[in-house]
Design a protein around this ligand. Structure first.
Ligand code: BES
Ligand code: MN
Ligand code: ZN
Length: 502
């Protein structure tokens, strides 16, 4: 179950109203407030006096609730909307998120959401409405599987829109939000309930429901195929590792280029024999957020049907210490023949990704590879929760992904993938080491350079490190406290634009 978002119809019953307000509207003409949609409900109300009494100035982050004839009006401030359009859009997202959170207290079932004119947000009306639908779904997310007292509030939201009323836009925005919430549920689910077999089952059910191809490579098959790096991590756990693939192909274009999305799926990361201290281990259920994001992206792509092939691949493991676990100093061999010294069993993400990368390139010869992983504490320390790290040598890809990040509110920012750091992953006994060095530091970059050893020459490739953005983004009202679905919107928008740019 989830909320529904549709356009307002003429004789709609309304239980509550959400009204974003610009600071300039407080003292002037109340343009949006007296719009056709809500004017009838506000007849005879002196809003200026109401706002004054509540000290509501329409500033970003401010809100107030006023009940008119039994209908609660939630007013949320937008400030002046005088920044860059992408920043204004983020202001609106957060205002809607905060408004949604206030509406919860009213328990209203039918809510009218007043939408300001799209101009300050720099988006076409369609895209604008799509993003609003997505945000409302994201705001509605809560993880309550293990709460006796579940919040079962799932209202119907009705959007006021004057320029365009294409139901399609709200549908697309909603299915993006629903898929992201699916990914968030997977990530929020604790490790004892979410291990490789459960993830694989989920991928299979997505494939079935949305018409995607589904393949799984079992742990022993992976070993037989030469995936020694993946196997070295997988074998340490009681839960068998798996590599799952979801495939989308457009119906009328057999020769469409392939985009490969590769997601790190460590269902829990204890660090392995290089055990994490417990305060660093908390939250490591989120270490499969990359894989969850790839599943969500494929779920969305299956529904919006772009004219390009997309393969999602997720190596799924649990990183555990055990009598079968890899040890420090072990040397293992990846599918491309490279020998890897395991200097630290806690650098497991790059090990499982290396074989998945080799495999997906060999099998599909993709035009572009994007991998997404909660890969390094270093990246989280660099960016905190607001930007994912982006590493690529492809300047066009860097620019496109950065722009897209701002456009959809799922921001990424580049770090240099530079040869100077390469000695950090040299090994004395093997071809490369899985761990960086104290001399070079830059853990996010050296991890990306490790992955690059498994990318074919000339292949277009970008790496997203989401270690900082996977959960608990403060101040982002529409994302709540748990998993965030980071990276889904960036990957999907990249795929949507791909053929358009050809
Ligand atoms: N999953 C962690 C990275 C991580 C840290 C994600 C904090 C989210 C929050 C990854 O597997 C890891 O342990 N990386 C090590 C690598 C090091 C041992 C080379 C790290 O970043 O410390
Ligand atoms: Mn680790
Ligand atoms: Zn990890």
């Amino acid at each position: 179950m989830s909320i529904s978002v549709s356009f307002q119809s003429a004789a709609q019953t309304i239980g509550a109203v959400l009204v974003p307000v610009m600071a300039s509207e407080i003292s002037t003409t109340f343009n949006s407030l007296t719009s056709d949609a809500i004017a009838p409900y506000l007849k005879g109300v002196d809003l200026a006096a109401v706002f004054k009494a509540m000290k509501f100035m329409g500033k970003a982050g401010q809100s107030c609730v006023h009940v008119v004839n039994g209908i609660p009006f939630v007013f949320v401030g937008l400030g002046d909307l005088d920044k860059k359009s992408v920043e204004n859009m983020e202001t609106l997202r957060r205002a809607l998120g905060s408004g949604y959170n206030h509406l919860q207290a009213t328990g209203a079932q039918e809510i009218l959401v007043c939408v300001p004119a799209p101009k300050p947000f720099g988006l076409s009306c369609d895209v604008y409405l799509e993003q609003i639908a997505t945000v409302l779904h994201l705001a509605s997310y809560h993880y309550s599987t293990f709460k006796k007292d579940k919040k079962l509030w799932e209202p119907s939201l009705f959007i006021t829109a004057t320029d365009v009323t294409k139901a399609e836009t709200l549908k697309t925005g909603s299915l993006v939000g629903e898929a992201m919430n699916m990914a968030r549920t997977l990530a929020d689910t604790p490790g004892n309930h979410m291990y490789p077999a459960v993830m694989a089952e989920k991928a299979a059910s997505i494939a079935k429901e949305f018409g995607l191809g589904y393949t799984v490579i079992e742990q022993e098959e992976a070993r037989a195929m030469g995936m020694g790096c993946f196997y070295s991590v997988a074998k340490g756990s009681e839960h068998e590792g798996k590599i799952v693939m979801l495939e989308y192909a457009p119906v009328n274009n057999a020769n469409a280029p392939v985009i490969a999305l590769v997601g790190k799926g460590v269902c829990f990361d204890t660090g392995g024999i290089s055990l994490k201290p417990s305060n660093y281990m908390t939250g490591m259920k989120y270490d499969m957020s990359g894989a969850a994001a790839v599943f969500a992206a494929l779920q969305i792509i299956a529904q919006i049907k772009p004219n390009v092939r997309v393969v999602g691949i997720a190596p799924l493991v649990e990183n555990m210490p055990s009598g079968r676990a890899s040890k420090q100093d072990d040397v293992v061999t990846a599918m491309n023949g490279l020998h890897v010294e395991i200097e630290n069993t806690d650098a497991e993400g790059r090990l499982i990704l290396s074989d998945a990368l080799c495999y997906v390139q060999k099998k599909f010869d993709p035009a572009v590879v994007i991998d997404i992983a909660t890969l390094t504490g270093s990246c989280a320390a660099t960016f905190g929760p607001f930007y994912a790290g982006l590493m690529t040598r492809d300047e066009e890809l860097a620019k496109e992904l950065t722009d897209i990040g701002f456009f959809v509110g799922d921001k990424v920012w580049p770090l240099p993938l530079s040869d100077e750091y390469k000695p950090a992953i040299e090994s004395t006994v093997a071809d490369i080491s899985n761990s960086g060095s104290q001399t070079y530091k830059a853990g996010a970059i050296t991890a990306a350079l490790f992955l690059e050893h498994f990318i074919d020459k000339g292949r277009r490739w970008a790496h997203l490190d989401i270690a900082g953005t996977d959960s608990k983004i403060p101040g982002t009202t529409y994302l709540g406290k748990g998993a965030t679905g980071t990276g889904v919107r960036v990957m999907v928008e990249f795929v949507r634009r791909y053929m358009a740019n050809k």
